[in-house]
Design a protein around this ligand. Structure first.
Ligand SMILES: C[S@@+](CC[C@H](N)C(=O)[O-])C[C@H]1O[C@@H](n2cnc3c(N)ncnc32)[C@H](O)[C@@H]1O
Length: 322
């Protein structure tokens, strides 16, 4: 287990002194704010996620919704055994409000290192701090993680990589932190065909991501009712194909047992998630598979996994070979 953080810049070990992590020479220091070590600047491209996950901090938690949606996605994507991962060094990258953090901590006895680049870490801390010593949460970027290379038996990164500036660099960074023989699992937005980007998201996002988070949130929440009605109507008359032109998230992949107010909340959240990120780069599964091979991994699975009765995720599982 990596007991201590290292400087994400020089790799030098850091020691905790009061509300700081400091290098031996004292030349590098990283603050602990609200009990969370911070290894990146407060202001960065992922701020929309900080806004989103602090506003919708509990919306997608299995424990709140009394469903096991995130648990299913976690285990179906990773194919991991909760008993085995209880004894391993595991790293989560891009934890958001911590729905998968919760799954890991609830279903295993293990310790989890978890990072996110945005201040969504505050929401995750609030949600999962009850697991106390088993959660090692910090704010850091996938490109500058406060861990030595070759540290983790398992690394997972779900729903994140399409939102980073470089798919290739992100994969390389994840692989670096895994031990030789360690496993990396990601899921991501796939390019399914020529039609993938013919979608209101890709048409409007260049504009909507420039709006202030507050204004975008207001625009979405004040228009959500008619958009839900139109979406449902098009599905009812077998014209689901046209729903891609309504500026709303895909409601057909939501769990069916949500109440109408939960469904509305999820719709606002996922629509904000669709229009606010700085980056949204879907990728072809075969291309992502090649990237893992390029960075010395053996790909053990590359394809679609059924996350819930209505949704499939594009997943890669890979073992670091050398
Ligand atoms: C769509 S959210 C997914 C969060 C969580 N995995 C989930 O599925 O609920 C994407 C997350 O990736 C994080 N992220 C984006 N770029 C990152 C980076 N360079 N390093 C670490 N996290 C990053 C964002 O802050 C955001 O919380």
């Amino acid at each position: 287990m990596s007991k201590f953080y290292v400087s994400p810049i020089t790799g030098k070990p850091l020691k905790k002194k009061g509300n700081w992590y400091i290098s031996d020479s004292g030349s590098e220091s990283f603050p602990i704010i609200n009990s969370i070590p911070r290894f990146c600047s407060k202001s960065n491209y992922s701020e929309s996620f900080g806004y989103q996950w602090n506003k919708f901090d509990i919306t997608q938690l299995d424990s709140i919704n009394k469903i096991n949606l995130s648990e299913k996605r976690f285990y179906q994507s990773t194919n991991w055994d909760p008993k085995l991962i209880s004894k391993e060094n595991v790293l989560e990258v891009g934890s958001g409000a911590g729905r998968f953090t919760e799954v890991f901590l609830k279903t295993t006895k293990g310790t989890l290192h978890s990072i996110d680049y945005s201040n969504a870490v505050e929401a995750n801390f609030k949600n999962n701090n009850k697991f106390n010593e088993r959660l090692k949460l910090s704010q850091a970027s996938i490109y500058e993680m406060p861990f030595l290379d070759n540290t983790f038996d398992k690394v997972f990164c779900l729903g994140v990589i399409q939102h980073t500036p470089s798919f290739e660099k992100s994969i390389e960074s994840l692989i670096k932190k895994a031990k030789i023989g360690g496993e990396i699992v990601i899921d991501f937005y796939p390019i399914k065909g020529w039609y993938t980007k013919i979608h209101s998201k890709y048409i409007l996002r260049p504009l909507t991501k420039k709006l202030t988070h507050k204004l975008l949130y207001k625009l979405i929440s004040s228009n959500i009712n008619w958009m839900i009605k139109l979406f449902d109507f098009l599905c009812l008359i077998n014209l689901k194909i046209l729903t891609r032109f309504i500026p709303i998230a895909d409601l057909s992949i939501f769990p069916e047992n949500l109440t109408s107010s939960q469904r509305k909340k999820w719709a606002i959240m996922d629509t904000f998630d669709m229009f606010s990120p700085e980056f949204d780069n879907p990728m072809r599964i075969d291309k992502v598979k090649k990237l893992f091979t390029k960075f010395c991994c053996e790909v053990t699975f590359a394809g679609y996994v059924k996350n819930n009765p209505n949704a499939f995720g594009a997943v890669i599982r890979a073992i670091k070979s050398y």
